[in-house]
Design a protein. Structure first.
Length: 297
């Protein structure tokens, strides 16, 4: 006994364990950084597969401060070639209340004309707000039951008796894609209630053929590598992990998840930011248009 006391203190060998490389050898998704102009042109000349529908409505949902309004603004900025801020951004970075509470459509413009894409920025989805109300509101908004100008009430879902409820929506009222925005720097998905809500929404809309896309914002905040060089977005292990986690938790396939950096403090547009934003938009529009192809046939 007590022999352990006499054990010679081992000299600690300071051998620096090599830090794991935060970067992958190869990008996990191929991305052409020079495609901005081609994407812009393609989107500017996009015509919908179903002439009965005037424009593609895309509903944008996500937690407060996730970057919903900034994403819509970034799309506009990419087309205008200057920073645009039509959808109001909550500069406080998302307080306890959602800045956007009225359902409102934003048409994307390229300076000359309106493009056939309308984004609807919906209130933030909060985990602890009353049970089903937000889930119902979002589902109703996707299916075109919610009139523009409706002010969402976190405590009560819109009912069919309300004057803002459209009981018989046309194809043009309906959204053909739900874009769920998550911020890369805060995506943990430890909140089961939120995950449950997201699952209910995804299942309900996908039963009616409406796809869901995830746009992951704030990649610059989540990964120092990407903060320094946006082109590392597809080789950053951190970003890849986060994308994988989103896919696993919400059940959206990896191919429907797009990491982006929104314009937030820039004063001029940048080709690399534009390329990612426009690519995400192209995919969203394509996915939404595929729904129209199905409806038409
Ligand atoms: N660094 C960084 N900040 C962002 C990004 N997207 C949004 N933000 C900031 O996050 C805050 C909340 O954004 P906002 O668009 O109002 O979120 P919303 O509540 O989902 O509409 C604002 O201060 C934005 O400037 C991004 O990609 N990177
Ligand atoms: Mg907003």
């Amino acid at each position: 006994m007590g022999s352990s006391n006499s054990k010679p203190v081992q000299q600690e060998v300071h051998q620096a364990t090599p830090k794991p490389n935060p970067e992958l050898d190869k990008p996990w998704r191929k991305f052409d950084w020079g495609q901005k102009e081609a994407l812009k042109e393609k989107l500017e000349n996009f015509s919908l597969s179903f002439q009965d529908v005037k424009d593609i409505k895309i509903l944008v949902a996500g937690q407060i401060g996730a970057g919903k309004s900034s994403f819509i603004n970034s799309i506009n900025s990419a087309f205008q070639g200057r920073i645009s801020a039509r959808a109001l951004v909550d500069a406080a970075g998302g307080g306890s209340r959602s800045f956007t509470r009225n359902l409102k459509g934003f048409t994307i413009r390229n300076g000359k004309k309106s493009l056939p894409f309308v984004f609807k920025d919906i209130m933030g989805l909060e985990a602890d707000a009353l049970a089903g109300s937000q889930t119902d509101d979002i589902i109703n908004a996707v299916f075109g039951h919610v009139k523009d100008g409706y002010k969402f009430n976190v405590e009560q879902a819109l009912t069919h008796k309300d004057q803002h409820y459209t009981s018989d929506p046309t194809l043009s009222d309906q959204a053909f894609c739900l874009v769920y925005i998550v911020a890369a720097d805060t995506v943990h998905f430890t909140d089961d209630k939120l995950i449950d809500k997201l699952k209910i929404i995804r299942q309900t809309i996908s039963d009616k053929g409406i796809p869901q896309v995830i746009v992951m914002t704030k990649v610059d905040e989540a990964c120092p590598l990407v903060n320094k060089d946006l082109r590392k977005i597809y080789t950053s292990k951190k970003i890849k992990e986060k994308i994988q986690m989103c896919s696993d938790k919400i059940g959206v396939p990896l191919s429907n998840i797009f990491p982006v950096k929104n314009y937030h403090d820039e004063i001029d547009t940048e080709d690399d930011i534009d390329a990612l934003i426009l690519k995400a938009l192209e995919q969203i529009v394509q996915i939404a248009d595929d729904v129209l192809v199905d409806i038409k046939s």
